[in-house]
Design a protein around this ligand. Sequence first.
Ligand code: 5GP
Ligand code: ZN
Length: 132
Amino acid sequence: MCIFCEIIKGNIPSKKVYEDDKVLAILDISQVTYGHTLVMPKKHMANIIEADDDSAAACLLTAKKLAAQIKKNTGCAGINILTNCGEAAGQSVEHLHFHIIPRYDENDAIVLRFDPSKEQDLNEVLKTVKGE
Ligand code: 5GP
Ligand code: ZN
């Protein structure tokens, strides 16, 4: 059973922020920050890599529009939009979703850090990334 499919079908209650024929946006039950919202395709697909282009595009366009709406209405200082793909990346629900996370200050309940790792040979990395 997929919990988000059950929410989409209306079998599990949710707080709907936005809905159309392709996309549903709901408040995240955990509210990492005030206004934390999830955007998901109505069709089941596991993650962004497995998504069909139409669903991925519809979700991202909705996330873009809702980010502006949420920023205006909450007065947050910034917003993170992110999708976790795979357990190793922190995905706990295997139905594609984008988090819209309003940011208020450095003391809010989410920490995203981009620390440099060990130095890499960028030419070698580029070859790997391009599959050469
Ligand atoms: P993930 O870890 O897969 O990127 O994010 C899953 C998110 O779904 C979590 O932030 C979690 O709080 C949220 N979530 C899990 N179950 C429910 C639910 O039943 N209702 C709602 N609204 N959110 C849920
Ligand atoms: Zn599902």
